[in-house]
Design a protein around this ligand. Structure first.
Ligand SMILES: C[S@@+](CC[C@H](N)C(=O)[O-])C[C@H]1O[C@@H](n2cnc3c(N)ncnc32)[C@H](O)[C@@H]1O
Length: 237
């Protein structure tokens, strides 16, 4: 496979809304938050920038996107230029956010935290959130513990360092100092896929990326009773 990963697939296919529930669930979640044109919002791991653009169009919020993958950055930049919207886009890691403390009212992490060093990124989120700021995340969560062999299969494919159940997420957030923590299980199963797909294909991509997509689909199906996600919200008091 030449070392190609699930993220190479997402980046080269330019998958927008690459999180469970897609942009429709994003809109629903954001609608219950108090976002306005005064809000400073960080889209952490913004991918091709679909949610960041929505945050500007819907709320005229002050939006920053941070993303580690250069192909994603290019596609997000193209989107923002075409739509002539003033999104501050930065290439970098959410594990070391190059911004001052207390910069944001909201941080959105749509299927990003699960793939990084979670305590490190969460400490950064806590640091750059203002007092009263909200973290909104949509993250891979298992409904119950799997056997070691099964967990290894999932972790290897998605390059995860850990696979969390609800209580693991809660403990991490409590340890870092977040309060008002809620974890919500949505009705939409992971195996329904991205039901509002959007693609920005690269001109050239490796045919092996189709294999990666198939492996993803078969893992999601194989573990459909266990491999799930939660919408996580919490506050820095
Ligand atoms: C599953 S995708 C989700 C993208 C976007 N949030 C969305 O919903 O469409 C995960 C994204 O996180 C990015 N990512 C992974 N590790 C990162 C890190 N340490 N810092 C910033 N972005 C990261 C990947 O490049 C990818 O674009």
């Amino acid at each position: 496979m030449g070392g190609l990963t699930y993220f190479d697939f997402l980046a080269k296919f330019g998958v927008g809304g690459a999180h469970p529930g897609g942009i429709l669930l994003t809109k629903e979640i954001l609608a219950s938050e108090n976002i306005s044109n005064k809000s400073y919002v960080l889209d952490a791991g913004c991918g091709t920038g679909q949610t960041a653009a929505y945050l500007y169009h819907q709320y005229q919020a002050n939006v920053t996107g941070i993303e580690i993958n250069p192909i994603m950055i290019k596609k997000a930049k193209r989107r923002f230029q075409e739509q002539k919207i003033p999104i501050n886009l930065m290439e970098g890691s959410i594990e070391k956010i190059p911004l001052p403390d207390q910069s944001f009212d909201f941080i959105l992490s749509e299927s990003v935290l699960a793939f990084v060093d979670k305590p490190k990124a969460l400490r950064e989120f806590f640091r750059v959130l203002k007092k009263g700021g909200r973290l909104i995340a949509n993250e891979m969560t298992i409904n119950k513990r799997l056997s070691q062999h099964q967990e290894t299969e999932i972790k290897n494919f998605y390059a995860l360092d850990s696979l969390l159940v609800e209580e693991d997420w809660r403990k991490l957030l409590v340890d870092i100092g977040f309060q008002d923590i809620e974890l919500k299980k949505e009705n939409q199963a992971l195996s329904n896929g991205y039901h509002t797909p959007e693609f920005q294909f690269s001109k050239n991509f490796e045919p092996e990326l189709f294999d990666i997509f198939n492996q993803h689909a078969s893992i999601v199906l194989k573990y459909q009773d266990t491999l799930s996600y939660r919408v996580i919200t919490c506050t820095k008091m």
